[in-house]
Design a protein around this ligand. Sequence first.
Ligand SMILES: [Cu+2]
Length: 154
Amino acid sequence: MKVRLVASLCAALISSAAFAQVTVSEPWVRATVPQQKSTGAFMQITSPVDGKLVEAKSPAAKVVEIHEMVMEGDIMKMRAVKGVDLPAGKTVELKPGGYHVMLIDLNAQVKVGDTVPLTMVVEGKDGKRENVELNAPVRPLNNAAGGMQMHKMH
Ligand SMILES: [Cu+2]
């Protein structure tokens, strides 16, 4: 487990360096229970220049969206967003309760010990798009109970 985790983190760092110098650290995906059709992916993204995370892709799910959490009255809901701003040099965190990548209509149960391939598409101010490929290790459901409750709202 530990070896796999380190290997995937290295892969993420190496591949992101080869592309945009947009770095992604500590990616992870929340494990699912059988019959659960969606889950969230989380990570920290740092772009050296102003950019925007505009798209996320994964072969693990039929639909991948970028979501944010918003308060509607007293109820926290999530909704799809067009993108997430990545100010130059600032680490933007995708985390439970905030921005996250939503994997919808999963092809299979996501289990601890698996890694989930993700492609993060970052667009610069010039409109140029660059892909950051990474493999996110799967972490247990109980990693952050709050996020789990939110994802039940789908
Ligand atoms: Cu979501």
